[in-house]
Design a binder for this molecule. Structure first.
Ligand SMILES: Cc1ncc(COP(=O)(O)O)c(C=O)c1O
Length: 403
């Protein structure tokens, strides 16, 4: 075998920090039928509009034919870009021209593309503490470092953000924030903090990446303004998705970007990644959401079902958890957050898996993996009976662990 003196390492340096996602690994275990999983972030499959999607597929083939099977522009089909601009105006009071919308292959791809165009190795990303594991995975691939800002029940704490920005070296590339029913905590950034955060970022000229997959899943109270809706000199990249209001398997999501240089760079980066999001799924998605009354009824059904499941889970936690377990009651989304005094929940998971119930240990959501007492509980996927049963098993596991 010939050797070359200049041969490099087998893998690129950027792969060094890639690690298996605890959640994806856990999904393998949860395929067993007797396991109750509060682990994955899965929507309720029985609510997927399967028949309607089948009808829309036939209609798309009849009306668009070959066009739906052809390559399309990288930015997305015009019908989808217009629909997204309209929806953001109606729901978020955020005004966008359709040309400022990019259709992406799941909002996860949007995060990857943002990393691709903004992050050099060693760059800082400011984020909540804890934050979405998938964002850490996306930015890890670009060798990012993280500045996690103190976060409480009302979201990121503005004066802590300011303090971090004053001292950060190198100055961070952007703030990554999930203002509504955050993953993993279910927390929502309070109304009065929203404009404050936008103004701080504007003052420091720090772009904001506003990731909003759960905003439409509100159980009570009224919608809060999106960060993207405040007029600002600063750059806000808004990320939305069809995954939680239709189906994640469609992989149809969107970025809204007013800064045209940023928009064009993302489009160029996407060309190198996948040329475009699938034309066929975009046409089917668009056909489905265009039947507006049925679509709104579907979103309302998801909200009603998840609200009930959240209530069942909170009631069951109240009934089954011993002292020292604390949990919140999010007003939307798919997750609630619990902490257990003095318990490493990754260790607890080993016991609870034996009792056939699983969750995601909170440590996965801290970029430095330095906080161990949290757990993320998903309430959207399992039915009410399973939630009751699963929380009962989890309560038993916590008692067994503590004894
Ligand atoms: C905060 C957050 N961002 C992005 C995603 C990715 O969503 P998708 O790629 O399905 O649009 C998720 C999925 O759970 C999420 O929780």
């Amino acid at each position: 075998m010939t050797t070359h003196l200049s041969r490099g390492a087998k893998f690129a340096q950027r792969t060094a920090r890639l690690r298996a996602s605890t959640i994806r690994e856990m999904l393998k275990v949860t395929q067993q039928p007797d396991i109750i999983s509060f682990g994955g972030g899965l929507p309720a499959p029985e609510l997927f509009p399967t028949r309607e999607i089948a009808e829309c597929t036939t209609e798309v083939m009849e009306s668009y034919g070959a066009a739906a099977l052809q390559y399309g522009v990288t930015e997305g089909i015009p019908e989808m870009r217009s629909w997204v601009a309209q929806r953001l105006a109606n729901r978020l009071h955020a005004v966008y021209d359709p040309s400022e919308i990019l259709i992406v292959n799941g909002s996860q791809q949007g995060l990857d593309l943002i990393g691709k165009i903004l992050l050099d190795p060693g760059d800082h990303v400011v984020c909540e503490h804890p934050t979405y594991l998938g964002a850490i995975q996306a930015f890890d691939a670009y060798q990012a470092r993280y500045l996690a800002v103190e976060t409480d029940e009302d979201g990121i704490v503005p004066h802590s953000l300011e303090r971090v920005l004053k001292t950060a070296d190198p100055f961070p590339k952007f703030l990554y924030i999930i203002p509504n029913f955050q993953n993993p905590t279910g927390r929502t950034l309070s109304a009065d903090r929203r404009e404050t955060i936008v103004r701080i970022c504007e003052r420091f000229d720090l772009p904001i990446v506003e990731d909003d997959p759960y905003g439409e899943l509100r159980f009570e109270g009224s919608d809060l303004r999106s960060l993207a809706s405040f007029p600002t000199e600063g750059c806000v990249i808004y990320s939305g998705t069809g995954s939680k209001i239709m189906a994640p398997g469609m992989r149809v999501a969107w970025l809204a970007v007013r800064d045209h240089d940023v928009r064009d760079k993302i489009a160029l980066a996407k060309q190198g990644t996948d040329l475009q999001t699938g034309s066929l799924t975009q046409y089917i998605f668009h056909r489905y959401v265009s039947k507006a009354a049925a679509f709104e009824a579907h979103v309302a059904e998801i909200v009603t079902t998840y609200r009930r499941r959240r209530d069942v889970m909170v009631d069951a936690l109240r009934e089954h958890m011993p002292a020292g377990v604390h949990y919140n009651r999010p007003s939307g989304g798919m997750f609630l957050w619990a902490t257990i005094d003095g318990v490493d929940t990754a260790e607890l998971l080993k016991i609870s898996a034996e009792q056939k119930v699983v969750f995601v240990p909170g440590v996965s959501f801290y970029p430095e993996r330095d906080v161990h007492d949290g757990m993320r509980l998903n309430f959207s996927n399992a039915g009410e009976e399973k939630i009751r049963e699963g929380i009962g098993r989890l309560g038993a596991a916590v008692r067994a662990f503590k004894s």
